[in-house]
Design a protein around this ligand. Structure first.
Ligand code: PA5
Length: 456
């Protein structure tokens, strides 16, 4: 058992009273029962709850075998996917691989993992195809529905390039599809072409799928220790399976964010002090935004990278409208021992810091900012993470998933659907002229026409 991640609400104490929390506790216990007995709304999407214990061992072995083969075969793996089929893997790889080399090994011993299909930029795709021309590559296309436009468009180009380079059969041996067990165009395509497939469990939705092959396969290819990721998630499962909020940090966090929301805070800012956490906060934004933002309700999840953003948003955060609270990701142990050298001339006046580690300065910046923002009327919650490792990545993922389910139910919404995303997807299909969307297309074109006239 590793050290646990600690949740510290002390810097938020002036902004709530213990009785306010206590009043919500019976509801938390009730929701806990609902989650574990799978009786709440959206309960057919609760497969993620037990995933750290029940994941398919055979598939995990297949993932590791495929990753080992790719390591021999390819310099690059392109992962095509969007939203829940993209952000988790990217978050892990950005958090756990070195800043200035592509693979997880010190010298880039693992294939570079590049992401595509997460937007519709033709320039990006064109440049990627050009980049791949003289590289040995393989592909992982990820889509639960198998019909997402961004992913399908990128995959068509990437597949064509692979087939031109390796022939149809050769390309098929380099393409891996992660999709639903039975349904969807991607499943049919994979079966017809003979791609190796990995399965997204039916009862696990996109944004809760990072601990399934959706996240684990690209992570394994990048050289991450996926067993450690699952071990960390397993530890978080134990820590977050207690009904009593006082003993369950994920529930305390969920309770407080709901309390702040009730008190008029509209935005939660996830704060990190390590650039490697940027995509983790992107993943977190999707998890909470898509789970809670519905029926006119929900905290808006936003993220800032300090100290960079203190030099752009710092003024507003200290002094602007008091509509947010912060959750700080504090990493306790760093990999770096880099200390500031002394200089005889001291022209930059930095000798008072000579011998101090850069990450110590970062830690002091965190403390100073926390107090300043508290003084400025901002409640600050802190999550203490022992270190950035595969184990704690898994722990954090599960911690936030469990907190999100609790938080969404406390808010009174179904945390597992995303009707708003469907709305955009259907408008795009209609505008692009997909069969079956003719009526919607007419409506949209009329509205666009009216907008155009209004502007003239
Ligand atoms: O969380 C979600 O459900 C979404 O973000 C989806 O993951 C995203 O839209 C991609 O969908 P799909 O995997 O079906 O291509």
């Amino acid at each position: 058992m590793g050290e646990r991640i600690m949740f510290d609400p002390r810097a938020a104490l002036p902004f709530f009273r213990e009785e306010e929390l206590a009043a919500l506790e019976p509801r938390v216990k009730q929701i806990h029962q609902q989650i574990h007995a799978r009786t709440g709304v959206g309960s057919d999407f609760l497969g993620w709850v037990d995933l750290p214990l029940t994941y398919n061992r055979e598939e995990l072995a297949a993932i590791k075998n495929a990753a080992a083969q790719i390591k021999e075969q390819a310099e690059v793996m392109v992962v095509a996917g969007i939203g829940g089929s993209y952000l988790g893997a990217r978050a892990a790889i950005e958090m756990l691989t070195p800043y200035f080399c592509s693979g997880a090994g010190e010298t880039g011993a693992y294939p570079q993992v590049i992401f595509a299909g997460h937007h519709l930029s033709g320039t990006y795709l064109q440049e990627l195809l050009h980049y791949l021309e003289d590289k040995e590559f393989c592909l992982n296309v990820i889509s639960k529905s198998g019909t997402t436009t961004e992913t399908a468009v990128a995959f068509r180009f990437l597949r064509k390039l692979a087939e031109e380079k390796y022939g149809k059969k050769g390309a098929a041996s380099r393409i891996y599809a992660t999709t639903d067990r039975q349904k969807g165009a991607l499943r049919r395509m994979a079966e017809e072409a003979g791609y190796q497939t990995f399965t997204i469990p039916e009862d696990v939705g996109g944004r809760y799928s990072v601990l399934s092959p959706v996240g684990l396969f690209p992570m394994a290819v990048a050289g991450l220790d996926i067993e450690q990721i699952l071990a960390g998630a397993g530890e978080a499962y134990q820590a977050c399976s207690v009904a009593e909020p006082a003993l369950n940090a994920a529930y305390q966090y969920a309770l407080l964010r709901n309390l702040f929301y009730q008190k008029g805070k509209l935005v939660e800012l996830m704060v990190s002090y390590e650039p490697a956490l940027h995509y983790f906060t992107e993943w977190w934004k999707q998890l909470f935004g898509e789970s809670e933002g519905k029926e006119g309700k929900g905290l808006f999840p936003a993220a800032v990278n300090f100290t960079s953003d203190l030099h752009s948003l710092g003024q507003y955060l200290q002094d602007g409208r008091r509509i947010f609270f912060e959750t700080v990701l504090q990493v306790l142990r760093s990999k770096s021992t880099l200390a500031l050298p002394a200089e005889e001339e001291n022209l930059d006046g930095l000798n008072y810091l000579a011998g101090r580690q850069v990450d110590e300065l970062n830690a002091q910046a965190l403390q100073g900012t926390l107090l300043a923002h508290q003084d400025g009327g901002v409640p600050v919650l802190v999550l203490r993470i022992p270190e950035l490792s595969a184990y704690y990545f898994g722990y954090l993922v599960y911690f936030f998933e469990k907190a999100c389910a609790m938080s969404g139910y406390l808010l009174g919404v179904n945390p597992f659907n995303q009707p708003g995303v469907e709305e955009y997807k259907q408008n795009l299909f209609a505008l692009l002229g997909k069969a079956g969307y003719e009526e919607r297309r007419q409506r949209i074109l009329t509205r666009l026409d009216n907008l155009e006239h209004h502007h003239k």
